[in-house]
Design a protein around this ligand. Structure first.
Ligand code: SF4
Length: 346
């Protein structure tokens, strides 16, 4: 590890830009002070891997409408409550009389529905492959127990199409720190077509500081090579969790999805299908995105086009206490992490 640290600190080869895709990696990079351990010739940029950050305002607006309907309650994780919609967030809607309840897990949401059959219980289901697998097992239970008042408003997304979009439209990226949690479900093989198409390395990484340093070292060494390397073999395999993938295919089918900053990307979303379609709370067509604050640069931050600190509102108007965009709300958001760690302020 000492050799790796020395190499990364003193690296004076060609400039390398690496994208960490996953919001949990962004948070770990901040927490471990990884950027300070790198040569100025190694730049890390954050990507579109924070599920709350890439959720468009049409989805938040739909949640704020649903919570106002009679005999309906919206169940959600806490961070989604502060994400700005076009005019208001879920906290505002709750203050105006909407029924909104914070839950700590999707299982809590299902239990709440089971205990309150008089209510239509809508769970705000955002996330990537990792959480889609959890929702799938939950829906199987809801179907089996005939829990008919449980609904999902889905904004579920999958990684390969958006990585393709970033490579094709953003450019200037020399390698990807591939998301660890997603890869547990999908397996590492899903990155091979992209690695070959764009002649770029992908390294699947764990979340500890040392694991991230090893990953960055590998990516610098593999620069310009169409390689996929798995440096998280304790939990990531070539083909992923086949049982979870089967459950997901049972419940969901691919659909177009809107990503903040990227527009609609074909086949990058998941919608309920077959006998599970009855659990849908009206998720189709939620594609519009409006900036709550027109100076917010979330759309560019999410594609790595600008750093959070280049947003004119960063740290002045926009802070974790007064977020103007989703990237400052979630603990996996780029702006939040840059703010709390001072990353990018040098
Ligand atoms: S600092 Fe705030 S306003 Fe600026 S891009 Fe980030 S979330 Fe948006």
């Amino acid at each position: 590890m000492t050799d790796i640290r020395t190499f990364l600190k003193n690296y004076d080869g060609p400039k390398v830009r690496l994208m960490e895709v996953c919001g949990t990696h962004t948070a770990s990079i901040s927490k471990n002070g990884i950027v300070c351990m790198l040569s100025p010739n190694i730049q890390l940029i954050s990507g579109p891997g924070c599920p709350v950050c890439v959720t468009v305002t049409a989805y938040i607006d739909r949640l704020t409408e649903l919570c106002m309907q009679p005999n309906t309650i919206v169940l959600t994780f806490g961070d989604l409550m502060r994400v700005p919609g076009t005019e208001r967030n879920l906290n505002d809607a709750k203050a105006a009389g909407g029924s909104v309840r914070m839950v700590y897990s999707p299982l809590d949401a299902l239990r709440y529905a089971e205990e309150n059959p008089q209510l239509t219980c809508v769970f705000a289901a955002v996330g990537f492959e990792t959480t889609a697998a959890v929702y799938a097992s939950l829906l199987q239970e809801a179907l089996q127990k005939e829990i008919k008042n449980f609904r999902l408003l889905t904004s579920l997304k999958v990684m390969p199409p958006v990585l393709d979009w970033v490579c094709a439209n953003q450019g200037g990226i020399d390698g990807f720190i591939a998301p660890g949690h997603v890869s547990v479900i999908t397996g590492w093989k899903i990155y091979e077509p992209l690695a070959k198409k764009y002649n770029i390395p992908f390294v699947v990484s764990g979340f500890e500081g040392g694991q991230l340093l090893e990953t960055i070292y590998a990516l610098v060494k593999l620069r310009g090579m169409p390689r996929v390397m798995n440096l998280y073999p304790s939990v990531v395999t070539e083909n992923g969790n086949e049982e979870a993938l089967r459950a997901m295919a049972d419940c969901f089918e691919p659909c177009p999805a809107a990503w903040r900053g990227m527009g609609v990307i074909p086949d990058s979303g998941l919608r309920l299908h077959g006998e599970y379609a009855m659990f849908d709370a009206g998720s189709d067509g939620l594609l519009q995105d409006h900036s709550f604050n027109t100076n917010c640069r979330c759309a560019k931050v999410l594609t790595g086009a600008v750093s959070p600190t280049q947003c004119p509102l960063f740290g002045r108007v926009c802070t974790p206490q007064t977020p103007q965009g989703a990237c400052m709300v979630s603990q996996e958001g780029s702006c939040y992490n840059y703010y709390i760690s001072g990353r990018g302020s040098k």
